[in-house]
Design a protein around this ligand. Structure first.
Ligand code: ZN
Ligand code: ZN
Length: 389
């Protein structure tokens, strides 16, 4: 469906392009290209008349260059000249709709962008980034972070993540202008969207125009919602699966959970940096879990079966052999964290020999007897042998 625009009644596009009413599409295209080249803002910096002509030419070609639009235009004009609209719309009437220079400059109106690229490319000039039209663009990667419990980090967990992203402002659709107001071509960059620095040298640099921020157009009144930035923030909540065995500080990639793509492009990835809150008993060393196990002097000296907890499983019995020194680590196989290959790491249990802070009478007696029994121990003799030269 081609939209009929009321301002067509007062605009003679054939005259603008200097072609006859029966001109072929090829002739129209030729005339357009010639006029656009002559009047292009890039070739005529600061010439307001040429800018206006350029706009008119672009507007005319937007309609006549498209056979469907041209037919609608011709039909409408023939009705106007004989019907109730004859004579145009009068001074005070502001036609609804109207031509959107925004669409044309961004190359969304069809055909224009390609032509633009043609002749800009042909003269060795930089092509504008905004003219890459309708190409699928992969969505941006998104960074996020999450804090999970220690047990969840071992078992894996599904979490809800609230993500905020910089989407175009929904009120002004990213233009930054107050809805309903018309933009005009940016005076700073003369509609190019960028400015060239490093004048005169063989190397020049294109910088995004600071006035229009590369949009090529400026509005007199900024959008009241985004205050002219054109950006709005939107929030969404997604479910993210944190795999088993994740470590504190690890960055996890969730494919396709990032920002949405444009023009059918794939979504970006979501990266989640995971913070793991420490456990009050268990620690982590690579894929192994660690646990400190208090044992008494007599257990270490005589040997003992010591029951110890495992994470998320039944307790296991640690066989502490007679004569176990403080700090010895025992390995309980398969009771650690999940590994990438699906197997589990081990539980590393380290004995901590405890010295009682107080002794009851019976215990005191027993320890005194032990001292008597081990009289003449050479426990520290090695210290003095090592000290002599
Ligand atoms: Zn600008
Ligand atoms: Zn806005």
């Amino acid at each position: 469906m081609t939209e009929i625009r009321a301002d067509w009644a007062t605009k003679d596009f054939y005259k603008v392009l200097g072609v006859g009413k029966n001109a072929s599409q090829t002739d129209i295209k030729k005339a357009y290209r010639k006029l656009a080249r002559e009047n292009h803002p890039d070739s005529n910096p600061g010439d307001a008349n040429k800018h206006d002509t350029f706009k008119s030419v672009a507007e005319a070609y937007d309609v006549l260059g498209d056979p469907d639009k041209r037919k609608a235009y011709d039909d409408f004009r023939s009705q106007v000249s004989s019907g109730p609209f004859a004579g145009g719309f009068g001074g005070g009437f502001r036609p609804p709709g109207g031509f959107d220079i925004d669409d044309v400059i961004r190359g969304h109106s069809g055909g224009f962008g390609d032509l633009f690229g043609d002749f800009l490319g042909g003269t060795g000039r930089a092509q504008r980034p905004s003219q890459s039209r309708a190409r699928p663009v992969r969505g941006p990667d998104v960074e996020s972070s999450a804090t999970i419990g220690f047990t969840d980090s071992i078992d894996g967990v599904t979490i809800s993540l609230r993500l905020t992203s910089d989407a175009p402002c929904p009120t002004c659709k990213g233009t930054g202008g107050k809805p309903g107001t018309k933009p005009h071509i940016c005076a700073t960059c003369e509609g190019a969207g960028f400015i060239v620095s490093g004048v005169g040298g063989a190397f020049s640099l294109n910088e995004t125009c600071p006035t229009c921020r590369g949009r090529q157009l400026v509005y007199d009144e900024p959008c009241p919602v985004c205050l002219g930035s054109g950006r709005g923030s939107s929030a969404r909540t997604i479910q993210a699966r944190i795999p088993a065995g994740v470590k504190d500080g690890q960055r996890i990639r969730l494919r396709g959970k990032g920002g949405p793509g444009e023009n059918g492009g794939p979504a970006g990835d979501l990266f989640v940096t995971v913070k793991v809150t420490p456990h009050h008993l268990f620690g982590r060393k690579d894929d192994n879990l660690t646990l400190d196990v208090p044992v008494s002097f007599d257990e270490a000296a005589l040997g003992a079966d010591v029951k110890i907890p495992t994470l998320g499983g039944a307790p296991v019995t640690l066989k502490v052999p007679a004569g176990t020194p403080n700090g010895r680590t025992f390995r309980v196989r398969g009771r650690g964290a999940r590994k990438k290959d699906g197997t589990n790491g081990d539980l590393l249990a380290t004995v901590q020999v405890q010295v009682p802070a107080t002794l009851n009478e019976g215990a005191r007696k027993a320890v005194e007897d032990y001292r008597t029994a081990t009289e003449g121990s050479t426990l520290r003799s090695g210290l003095f042998e090592a000290a002599s030269p």
